[in-house]
Design a protein around this ligand. Structure first.
Ligand code: 6LW
Length: 497
């Protein structure tokens, strides 16, 4: 059961990874959140550290408070000739016809360059690879109705210009949504890996090979070589993989998966996550070894007092860079300013565990703030505080409902708390909910619970889309002053997954 534990849990979909020496780097899709494209590093492939984000300024990506699952889709990271390269798609730019964005960096922690765009490449999920002559080839899932499918073209990485007309490569085994292409040069072959079947329960990874990019690709005899479709496995939606050669010459693949829980049809709560499998090459084809790696449990708790001048890279804005609406507090902490520019003044971080608690205290300072857990604008639970009253509210689709109010003792700043808890077990082992979200507030020993809500309304199966749960604090009015925000992994987490 080695693969039941993600290597990077929480909303970290579409992993792509590369290696330099003994160090591995992994990136993910980031959709509406900015800064975009989280970059993790590892030396053992099973424990990863967030070292930065690739898209950190508006000269790389325009701020855009639009549809939650637009923005950055499925990027690829590679290292070539002493430099790191990331190619990705900003879906908000597809109508502009701008093409995929290509950036590079000396240090994967950043800063990353301003982008060049692959003009004329209209689609998603781009990959970049260099051939034996050093020419870069970009491969993507085309959204151009005149030339659909998986396309590939040589490009000039300095300008983004295509150096030849796009050609169609292998279109997959015939399952739906062939996408997420990655091309590799291995032992004189070109291997083309695809995600097929769609990013839901039918998801798979498939592969084919050809001697040259102009020849027909031959599908692997063991396709799909990685999938959990129709299996009674706690990790589902397995697909969208990227192969990596390890320092010792063995191989592995990072891939996307989810952990659905609760009653049928199963609800996944923290989004699409990053997993790892070993790869054996058998007769020239990759075969997944799902038991090769054991991923250790990691305590992801933190207590952020915002006492360094730069925000930790875990903090994101919705279509906005947090630096545009936050600043260090006068005596520590963080000021979040609802009046700073357009859009929401909301900092969020990804929920990573099955059970956790988030606590914060902030001074309303004449304004009003909210601690919330969200999957998108139409699915969130929150606690607002205006200096006098704590109010709990939920938004589920078009239904906006106030659960209740609590007045803490005058003059006291309450601690606001959201906690994800295990569902109520039923005698036959099936729970009624995927999890429960408790909303509460306290001052000292006096606590008030607004109740425990079914967590399914903050799941992808209910909300739709490609992201996952994030928690954070929003200034609704004026400038609120956050003293701290802590995230605590429940100690019994592993007993419940
Ligand atoms: C991505 C596609 C996919 O573009 O989901 O799981 C889409 N695979 O390849 C959004 O992440």
């Amino acid at each position: 059961m080695a693969t039941t534990e993600p290597i990077i849990p929480g909303f970290h979909p579409d992993p792509s990874a590369c290696r330099v020496g003994d160090t591995y780097y992994l990136i993910n899709s980031s959709f509406e959140y900015l800064p975009g494209i989280p970059v993790h590093a590892s030396t053992d492939l099973v424990t990863w550290t967030l070292i930065g984000n690739a898209l950190t300024r508006d000269s790389q990506i325009a701020e855009n408070d639009g549809y939650a699952s637009a923005g950055i889709f499925a990027p690829t990271i590679r290292h070539h000739d002493g430099q790191f390269w990331i190619i990705g798609t900003n879906v908000n730019e597809i109508p502009l016809g701008r093409g995929h964005l290509l950036i590079h960096a000396d240090d994967p922690a950043g800063p990353w360059s301003d982008p060049v765009h692959i003009a004329g490449a209209v689609g998603i999920d781009p990959d970049i690879v260099w051939d034996d002559e050093g020419v870069a080839h970009v491969t993507w899932h085309s959204l151009n109705p005149a030339q659909p499918g998986i396309l590939s073209a040589p490009v000039d990485t300095a300008t983004g210009a295509m150096l030849g007309a796009p050609r169609q490569l292998w279109q997959g085994t015939g399952l739906s949504a062939p996408e997420g292409p990655h091309l590799y040069r291995v032992n004189g072959w070109w291997y083309l890996l695809l995600a097929e079947g769609g990013t839901e329960r039918g998801h798979t990874a498939t592969i084919a090979r050809a001697r040259s990019l102009d020849e027909p690709f031959e599908s692997a005899p063991n396709n799909p070589f990685l999938t959990h479709r129709s299996l009674a496995h706690p990790v589902q939606n397995v697909g969208h993989a990227d192969l990596i050669e390890l320092a010792d010459g063995s191989w592995a693949a990072v891939h996307l998966g989810v952990r659905p829980v609760g009653p049928s049809p199963g609800f996944h709560l923290n989004g699409r996550e990053s997993f790892l499998v070993g790869i054996e090459w058998v007769d020239g084809w990759p075969v997944a070894d799902e038991d090769r790696f054991v991923v250790p449990a990691v305590d992801r708790s933190f207590d952020d007092r915002f006492d360094s001048p730069e925000l930790h890279p875990r903090w994101l804005g919705i279509g906005r860079f947090p630096a545009t609406f936050t600043r260090p507090g006068p005596n520590g902490g963080l000021v979040v300013d609802a009046d700073a520019g357009e859009g929401r003044a909301l900092i969020v971080a990804r929920a990573a565990d099955s059970e956790w608690a988030v606590e914060t205290t902030f001074a309303a300072d004449g304004g009003e703030g909210r601690l919330l857990l969200r999957i998108d604008d139409f699915h969130w639970y929150g606690l607002t505080y205006d200096g006098h009253t704590v109010e709990a509210s939920v938004t589920i689709g078009p239904i906006v409902h106030v659960l209740g109010q609590w007045n803490p003792p005058a003059g006291a700043v309450p601690t606001l708390r959201l906690a994800a808890k295990a569902p109520r077990p039923l005698p036959h082992g099936i729970s009624l909910e995927p999890d429960l979200i408790e909303l509460s507030a306290s001052v000292g020993d006096t606590a008030y619970s607004f109740g425990e809500l079914d967590g399914r309304y903050l799941s992808t199966e209910v909300a739709g889309g490609f992201t996952g749960r994030v928690f954070g604090v929003q200034a609704l009015r004026g400038q609120i002053h956050i003293h701290h925000l802590s995230y605590t992994t429940a100690p019994d987490y592993h007993a419940t997954t």
